[in-house]
Write a protein that binds this ligand. Structure first.
Ligand SMILES: *Cc1c(COP(=O)(O)O)cnc(C)c1O
Length: 429
């Protein structure tokens, strides 16, 4: 399919914006084509600059669980815009959203709003360090926690050695304080804890990994982390920026029944506007200024437009409870994709937790980063292009989630399943 207007816009964008995009995955680099420029979204659909319509499974990378431009969300934004767009002063809207988040995620006793998930995770580890008086954090290889320096750290050469910057511009001194464990592997965590006993402030984890494709936690993994943290007095942080209000209303912590000390949120909490949040135990969150000494701030934090959009979204989720339907639709997609995979003889397998899905082009069961990267990314790129040509808009990388929204109809799903079948056959042939 040709996209002449998008191609022209991309050429123009590259003259003013690095790589033509404001966030790297958007550039479609790993799928070997130029990105589409989008102009409109409604329900389950997006339209590009050339006027083509697609069934969208990106949903702005997770926030749009109700679909694009839900009438309640649009109305809330419009109403607030007529009052004011920003004050930098307290508003009742902030309280309402905070109260609703606390009700839905009871491990959160106090929370603070930010403008992105990145800020939320940066601030959460600062609170954990302030609380414990320790410097090091453990994260898991393949998990993503935004682009804060402390998280752009890969494993060093030996499993127990200190981390190394995964991006130029991150200092070696910063890398020294970030240790990488293996997802779904408690012994790898125990080894780090033993090697750095008494020095670890926090363990941060995506309770369902969604940034190396979708990798579910094995039974006992999250409980095991909870036990290690209790035993060693380490702060357990669940990064629920993606999973919060997504896998279920109370997030992955409700789904798996494991309570973290701190939780980071983003994406759905802003209903499509820029919002993040972090919160948890009162005694930790009360360390934040102005109550305590740990500094954290934001000119646009708690922005009224963003609060209005987030509130409208969370209220809809609470009132309408779309989760059983999301589960049914997502299971249908995942099972149908698996059947298509089996019939096509393609080496692939399908993972899913709630409405987060991933089709990995590998025969290996994916349980961590090592197994995720056995995927044939060339096959994924081919799959992506075949799907796009059939009107299905997926995230342009093997290592991203596919999101089902409340707006996807059974007809949309059937069309997607049929496209999947044809795309897999094309890749095989
Ligand atoms: C998206 C994401 C982030 C980063 O959020 P931004 O709003 O992009 O800064 C952090 N953690 C997880 C798990 C995410 O999925």
């Amino acid at each position: 399919m040709k996209h002449p207007k998008s191609e022209k816009l991309f050429e123009r964008a590259k003259r003013s914006i690095p790589g033509g995009v404001n966030s790297p995955v958007r550039a479609f680099k790993s799928v070997g084509i130029d990105p589409l420029f989008l102009v409109r979204g409604k329900g389950a659909y997006v339209w590009d600059a050339d006027g083509s319509k697609y069934i969208d499974y990106v949903g702005s990378w997770g926030p749009l669980i109700l679909g694009h431009s839900h009438p309640n969300v649009i109305e809330a934004i419009q109403k607030q815009a007529l009052l004011a767009t920003s004050f930098g002063a307290p508003t009742e809207l902030e309280i309402e959203l905070a109260e609703l988040v606390k009700e839905l995620i009871p491990s959160i006793e106090l929370l603070r709003m930010t403008s992105s998930g990145t800020e939320a995770t940066m601030s959460a580890i600062r609170v954990a360090r302030g609380y414990t008086g320790k410097d090091k954090i453990i994260k898991f290889e393949g998990c993503y926690h935004g682009h804060g320096d402390s998280f752009l750290i890969k494993a060093g050469s030996g499993a127990l050695t200190l981390g190394a910057p995964s991006s130029p511009g991150v200092t070696i001194d910063t890398a020294k304080d970030t240790l990488n464990a293996t997802y779904n592997n408690l012994p790898s965590v125990e080894a780090l804890v033993t090697a750095h006993r008494g020095q670890i402030a926090a363990i941060i984890v995506e309770p369902v990994a969604g940034n190396m494709g979708v990798v579910p936690p094995k039974a006992g993994f999250l409980e095991g982390l909870r036990n290690i943290c209790d035993r060693e007095q380490i702060v357990l942080i669940f990064d629920e920026v993606m999973t919060g209000f997504r896998v279920t209303l109370g997030g992955a912590q409700q789904w798996y029944g494991v309570k973290p000390d701190l939780t980071t949120l983003g994406k759905i909490i802003g209903g499509g506007l820029p919002v993040g949040a972090f919160g948890g135990k009162r005694e930790m969150m009360e360390l934040l200024s102005p109550v305590g000494p740990v500094y954290q701030a934001g000119t646009l934090s708690g922005n009224p437009l963003a609060m209005a959009a987030g509130l409208a979204t969370l209220r809809m989720l609470k009132e309408e409870n779309p989760y059983p339907e999301l589960e049914r639709k997502s299971a249908l997609l995942a099972e149908s994709f698996s059947e298509n995979i089996n019939r096509s003889d393609i080496k692939a397998n399908q993972t899913r937790v709630g409405s987060m899905l991933c089709l990995f082009f590998t025969q290996k069961e994916v349980t961590d980063y090592e197994t995720a990267i056995t995927s044939d990314t060339k096959a994924f790129a081919h799959y992506f292009r075949e799907m796009l040509d059939r009107g299905i808009y997926l995230a342009p990388s093997q290592f991203e989630a596919m999101f089902v929204s409340a707006a996807h109809s059974d007809e949309d799903l059937e069309q997607t399943i049929e496209a999947n079948r044809k795309a897999l056959n094309r890749i095989r042939d």
